[in-house]
Every structure is written in structure tokens, then in C-alpha cells.
Unconditional design. Structure first.
Length: 744
């Protein structure tokens, strides 16, 4: 059974091989005319200049953080300075995963435009294949990185120490492996926030001056910010998203592995199998995602693109379910299993399979619910469209109320999933449910990434003057991409909640505390402080977009005023100035939100102890999940409400089109929703997991920090209370006996 450990990296390599083949196919597709190639070149160079600037800042962060981790690894007996190397590798692969996605997206966009001249089916094939390259790159690197490092650390800390699979040796190996996850999530946070600020600063600036003030189309070659807007689709929705899901994938696997170490079977430790199982499921998920991609295709212009994507997704999910049954039956021992924790339910290996199944069902339901709240033609988007007819204010009110309403069903599904997976297999079941949900990440990311590619393709079609039918085809793909992007974010936030609970459980065990008692004043205070963190994080991210967008608006207005002939197509705008503004602003503004996630757990943990930090983590998780769902869904619905006016919508018996007052109100709503859905909202899942991972890593260092709490868990107080009760009972008994004696 132990030999299964060597299979996992090969599954990751398989994913990377298929990725390389599909990437080569995309590169062979025709790029179109000279104008299209020129525009695509602007976008590619702008995206790369942003990545270089971002990597320069993150390089210093990785070096400094690596040195601190290496030094701290020498201070605790069961820790290790090797965690620094693990951290650096995780950071590198996370950044590389983002680069893979951005590199293929900047090549697939113009090729999708050219393919759209031949038909919708060919355009879907090119754009989705580009997304597949990203999905397989992210999942392949994650499985290869985690699998290879686990082999190294398993031999370094466990085998060399005599094979103590479930003791402190394995705990040490997994703690060092947690450094890999910390590196991945750290880069993911900065990439997601920085990319989100970049893309929304450009998007908002382009919309407010170009569409609203100048009255020109969204992607117009005359708009100086339009290239920066298209660059933003790549650095935010592709590179940032790639790093984001790489970190999520790794964190989910890690949480399951850490809890798997605690499983007992028939009064014996469960062995390596529960630790290895999440890695095997993740590796098989890569294989089944590859199979699912072959079913994403259409044959006619009238075929549903969304249905084709759903078909591929469901096939990969169902294959993963079937394979998980046999893998779990093969790997886990017969008989009863239980975790070494109080109140842990007894379960069997079929309970573990049930938890995997629950995770996949929760992921599917979250996607379905999110699609309902953000897709065109559904009640929520139609309501926003209707409220646009009475002005900008009612559009905003409608979007906000819908976003708040959209939290109800996802939270109920998530709560049921947590409870059901716990009953199935304890806390390990919660973690393995998240691992099951994330198993088909390659497919989920392929579906998610094709949207920005199609969006860019539409922009190139508009700016290069392609035929109307070309833009209509790319708009069909783009509209579906908006919905899949929203469902992907709902999927990510659900996995974050399950993963955070598993990491939370692992943290409690390593920190040496029995529970988190909110009866204590300081723990309750920590709970409130934690609930506040997603709000201040969102405030910083949204305000950053606002400041950067103001700079962009001023620059676009300046160019319209000072460069004669732009509106008559006689002069070229200075695209590079707008690209530079977005790059500079995003690098500057991403620091503060990123620092919150890294610094807060350290300050709280070392100042107030592990139990108070546990309260903070609980607050961040609950508040962050709600904020993430609300912002993602509100932003997605506002966006598709605006896009509904492209072909015309009927409001109270009257047709409203692009350029109408109702459409202008929808543009305002979309502008408000942009930082919601592309900056702060999708960053919530990283914030939740990163604070949990930082807490997990510092747990051995803060285990002895005393709590400053009041009431509840002071042993001396408990002893005094018990003695007082006993004395009162004795006195009461004596009084009763005296009365009885008096009666006689």
C-alpha cells in the first residue's frame, strides 16, 4: 500500500504532458490579420510587464519570509528549518501556475477571434482548450509538487526515524509540508488582490469615460484604457485565478493529510493510507478532468455552450465518484475507524466515501445556485434589469438586495454538507469532502479560464473591426464565461469553508488546546475581531480600485482632451500610459490587504494565545464566507444585467437597448459590482485559508502562550466551585438529618 505514494507524482506529470500537447495545438491555430496580431501584442506585453513588476516585489517578500521561517524552525523541537525551502517552492510553483495561464490566455485570445470567423464551435474549441491548458497546468503542478515533497519528507522524517507513521515524526513531516501551502497561498493572495485591482481600475476607468461620457463601445480602439482593460482580464482573471486555485488545491489536500494522521483503526493507528488518500484522489481527479474535456464541444451555432461545459464537468465528477469508491475500498482498512479526539464519531471506510460524495454534491449545488443568481434570463438578473428602468439608485438597491439574498441557500447547503460529512467520517470527513470537491479542479479551472479568453477575443474583434457576427459569437462565449466565473467563485468559497474547518481542527490539535470556549471574554472578543477582518480587507481592496480608477479616469480624459484626432481615428491613444497606471497602482495597493492576512494571526497568537487566535479564525471564516458569496453573486448579476441590454430587453412592455437610460443605470451597477466580483470577493477564500495556514504553522510556537481570558476554563476556579458545591451538599444533608431526628 505504501508504494501508492510513488504513483501520485506520475499522475501530476500526466496532466502536464497533456497540457503541453494542448498548448502546442493552440499555438498552431491561425492568428488572423496584422491588426489583430498588433492588438494581441499590446495585451501580451502589458500582461508580462505587470507580472515582472509584481514578481519583483514578491521576490523580496519570499526571501524575507523564507529567512524568518528558517530561523523559527530552529526554535521549536518538532519544527524544522527545512520549512523555508518548502515555502519557497510553494511560492515559486504558485507564481508559475499563474504564468502558465496568462501565457496561454494571451495567445488563445486572438486565435479565438480568428476561429470565431469560422463559427461558434471552433471559437469554443480554441478558447476552452486554452482554459484547459491552464487547468491542467495548475492541477498538474499541485499534484506533482505535493506528491514529490511528501515522498521527500516522508523518507526524511518518518522512514529515517524508524517508520513512526502516525507519531511526531509524521506530524513534523506534515508541518514542513504546510510551508509549501503557505508559500502557495501567500502568492495567491497578492496575485489575486493585485490582479483584481489592476483589472478593475482599467475596467472602471474605461467604462466611465469611454462608454458613459464619450458614448463609444466597450472595446473601442479609441479608448486609451481599453488595452489596459484587456490586459487586466489576463492578470486578474487568469494569472491571479491560477495562483488562487493552485493555493486552494494545495491547502485542501494538506488539511486532509494532517487530519488523516490521527485516524485509529481497531485500536491501532491507521497507517499511512488515510494520509495518502487525499493525494491519490487529487491525482485521479486530474485524469478524469482530462477525460471530461473531450466532451466539451458543440456542433451547431444554436447548441448551448453552457450545456456543453456542464456535460464535461458532470462526466469528470461522476468518474471521480466511481473511482473514489474503489480507491477508498482498496486503501482504507476494514472495521471501525475513529480520530483521536473527543466527541469524534466512529466511522467506516464507506463513511469516508460518503463524505467524498457529500463534498462533490455540495460543490455541484453551490455551482447550480450561483448560476441561478448570476445567469441571464433568471429571476435575480431580470429583477435588476427591471429596476434599472427607474434609475441608477434602484439598480444599486436591487443588486445589493439580491446579493444578500443569494447567501441563504449556499449557507444552508454548506451547513448541511459540514454536518453530513462530520457524521460520515468525523473531522476527517469534513476535510476529505473538501478534497473530493476540489478533485476536479483542472476541469473547474478550464471552464473558468475560457471566459477571460473569450472576453479578450471579443475586445480584439471589436477593436480590429471584425464582422458583426464574429463579435456576436464571442459575446455568446463571454456571457457564458461571466456565469462560469461566478459559479467558479462560489465553488471556491465553499471549498474554502470546508478546508478552513479542517485546518482549524488541525490547528487545535497542534496548538494543544481542547476546544475554543466562547464563554471566555477574550475568546469572544477575538471572535468579533475576526468577523471584522473580511470587512476591513474588502474596504482596502475596493478603495484601492477606486483610487486607481480615479487615476485612470483622469488619464483617459487627458488623452481625449490633449491628443487631437483620437475620436476621428486619426491618432493613436497612448495605451502604455494607462497600462503603467494600472500596474503601478496594483503593486502599491496590494500590500496592505495582503499584510492583514499574514500579520493578524501572528500578532493575536503571540499576544493572546492559541485559544483567542482560534476565536479570531472562527470569526474570519464565517464572516469571510458570507462576504465572498454576497460580493461574487452581486457583482456577477450586475454584470450580466448590463450585458442583457446588448440584444435588447423588454421592461414593462417596452424594449430597451444599449444606450438607453436603463442601460446607463445598468452600467453604473456593473461598475459598482466590478471590484466586488473581481477584487475583494474572490480574495475572501484566500484570506480564510491563508490565516488558517499561518495559524497552523505558528501553532507549535504559541502552544505555551497563556490566555488572558476571564471565566470558564481556569482550573483553580473549577476546583473551588466544585468544593463549594460539595460543602453545601454536606451542610444540607446534615440539616435534613437534624430535622428528621427532631421529628422522631
Amino acid at each position: 500500500m505504501e508504494k501508492m505514494i510513488y504513483v501520485v507524482p506520475f499522475l501530476g506529470i500526466l496532466g502536464l504532458i497533456v497540457m503541453a500537447v494542448k498548448s502546442a495545438w493552440v499555438n498552431k491555430q491561425p492568428t488572423g490579420d496584422e491588426k489583430m496580431v498588433e492588438l494581441a501584442g499590446y495585451i501580451a506585453r502589458g500582461a508580462m510587464s505587470f507580472l515582472k513588476a509584481e514578481w519583483k516585489v514578491l521576490f523580496y517578500f519570499v526571501v524575507i519570509a523564507g529567512i524568518i521561517l528558517a530561523w523559527s524552525g530552529t526554535l521549536v523541537e518538532n519544527s524544522s528549518p527545512v520549512i523555508a525551502a518548502s515555502f519557497v517552492l510553494g511560492a515559486f510553483l504558485s507564481a508559475f501556475a499563474g504564468y502558465i495561464g496568462m501565457n496561454i490566455a494571451t495567445k488563445a485570445n486572438v486565435r479565438t477571434t480568428q476561429a470565431a470567423k469560422s463559427g461558434l464551435a471552433k471559437a469554443l474549441k480554441v478558447s476552452f482548450t486554452g482554459g484547459t491548458v491552464m487547468g491542467l497546468g495548475v492541477a498538474g503542478l499541485a499534484v506533482l509538487g505535493m506528491g514529490s515533497l511528501f515522498i521527500v519528507f516522508y523518507h526524511l522524517y518518518v522512514v529515517s526515524a524508524g517508520g513512526d507513521v502516525n507519531g511526531l515524526d509524521m506530524e513534523r513531516a506534515l508541518e514542513v509540508l504546510a510551508g509549501f501551502s503557505l508559500g502557495a497561498e501567500s502568492i495567491a493572495l497578492f496575485a489575486r488582490v493585485g490582479g483584481g485591482i489592476y483589472t478593475k481600475a482599467a475596467d472602471v476607468g474605461a467604462d466611465l469615460v469611454g462608454k458613459v461620457e464619450a458614448g463609444i463601445p466597450e472595446d473601442d480602439v479609441r479608448n486609451p484604457a481599453t488595452i489596459a482593460d484587456n490586459v487586466g482580464d489576463n492578470v486578474g482573471d487568469v494569472a491571479g485565478m491560477g495562483a488562487d486555485l493552485f493555493g486552494s488545491y494545495v491547502a485542501t489536500i494538506l488539511a486532509s493529510m494532517v487530519l488523516g494522521r490521527e485516524i485509529v483503526s481497531n485500536d491501532q493507528m491507521g497507517g499511512i493510507e488515510p494520509v495518502l488518500l487525499p493525494l491519490v484522489i487529487a491525482g485521479l481527479g486530474v485524469v478524469f478532468s482530462i477525460i471530461g474535456t473531450f466532451f466539451v464541444k458543440i456542433s451547431k451555432e444554436t447548441d448551448s455552450v453552457q450545456a456543453a461545459l456542464n456535460k464535461g464537468n458532470w462526466i469528470s465528477i461522476l468518474l471521480t465518484v466511481a473511482a473514489s469508491y474503489f480507491v477508498i475500498d482498496f486503501m482504507l482498512p476494514e472495521g471501525d475507524l475513529v480520530m483521536i479526539r473527543d466527541n469524534s464519531p466512529v466511522f467506516t471506510k464507506m463513511g469516508v466515501f460518503g463524505a467524498v460524495l457529500i463534498g462533490l454534491v455540495v460543490g455541484a449545488l453551490m455551482s447550480i445556485i450561483t448560476e441561478y443568481y448570476t445567469a441571464m434570463g433568471k429571476r435575480p438578473v431580470n429583477n435588476i434589469i427591471k429596476q434599472s428602468s427607474t434609475g441608477h439608485a434602484t439598480n444599486i438597491i436591487g443588486g445589493l438586495s439580491m446579493g444578500m439574498e443569494s447567501t441563504v441557500m449556499p449557507i444552508l447547503v454548506l451547513a448541511a454538507g459540514i454536518y453530513g460529512s462530520f457524521l460520515s467520517a468525523g473531522l476527517y470527513g469534513v476535510a476529505i469532502a473538501a478534497a473530493g470537491m476540489m478533485a476536479t479542479t483542472a476541469m473547474q479551472l478550464a471552464i473558468d479560464a475560457f471566459g477571460p479568453i473569450a472576453d479578450n477575443a471579443g475586445g480584439i474583434a471589436e477593436m480590429s473591426g471584425c464582422d458583426k457576427e464574429v463579435r456576436e459569437r464571442t459575446d455568446i462565449l463571454d456571457a457564458v464565461g461571466n456565469t462560469t466565473a461566478a459559479t467558479g467563485k462560489g465553488f471556491a468559497i465553499a471549498s474554502a469553508a470546508l478546508t478552513a474547518l479542517a485546518l482549524f481542527a488541525a490547528y487545535v490539535g497542534i496548538a494543544g488546546i481542547d476546544s475554543i470556549d466562547i464563554y471566555k471574554a477574550d475568546v469572544l472578543a477575538g471572535l468579533f475581531v475576526g468577523a471584522m477582518i473580511p470587512f476591513i480587507f474588502s474596504s482596502l481592496a475596493i478603495a484601492a480600485v477606486g483610487r486607481a480608477a480615479m487615476d485612470m479616469v483622469n488619464e483617459v480624459r487627458r488623452q481625449f482632451k490633449e491628443i487631437p484626432g483620437i475620436m476621428e481615428y486619426k491618432s493613436k491613444p497612448e495605451y502604455d500610459k494607462c497600462v503603467e497606471i494600472s500596474t503601478r497602482a496594483s503593486i502599491r495597493e496590494m500590500i496592505a490587504p495582503g499584510a492583514i492576512a499574514l500579520v493578524v494571526p501572528i500578532i493575536v497568537g503571540f499576544s493572546f494565545g492559541p485559544e483567542v487566535l482560534g476565536g479570531v479564525l472562527a470569526g474570519i471564516t464565517v464572516s469571510g464566507v458570507l462576504m465572498g458569496i454576497f460580493q461574487n453573486n452581486a457583482g456577477g448579476a450586475w454584470d450580466n444585467a448590463k450585458k442583457s441590454f446588448e440584444k435588447g430587453v423588454e421592461i414593462d412592455g417596452k424594449m430597451e437597448y444599449k444606450g438607453s437610460e436603463a442601460h446607463k443605470a445598468s452600467v453604473t451597477g456593473d461598475t459598482v459590482g466590478d471590484p466586488f466580483k473581481d477584487t475583494s470577493g474572490p480574495s475572501m477564500n484566500i484570506l480564510i485559508k491563508l490565516t488558517s495556514i499561518v495559524s497552523l504553522i505558528i501553532a507549535p510556537h504559541i502552544a505555551e502562550v497563556p490566555s488572558h481570558g476571564m471565566g470558564g476554563n481556569n482550573e483553580d476556579h473549577k476546583e473551588i466551585n466544585i468544593e463549594s458545591v460539595q460543602e453545601e451538599l454536606v451542610l444540607l444533608q446534615q440539616e435534613v438529618e437534624a430535622k428528621e431526628e427532631g421529628k422522631r
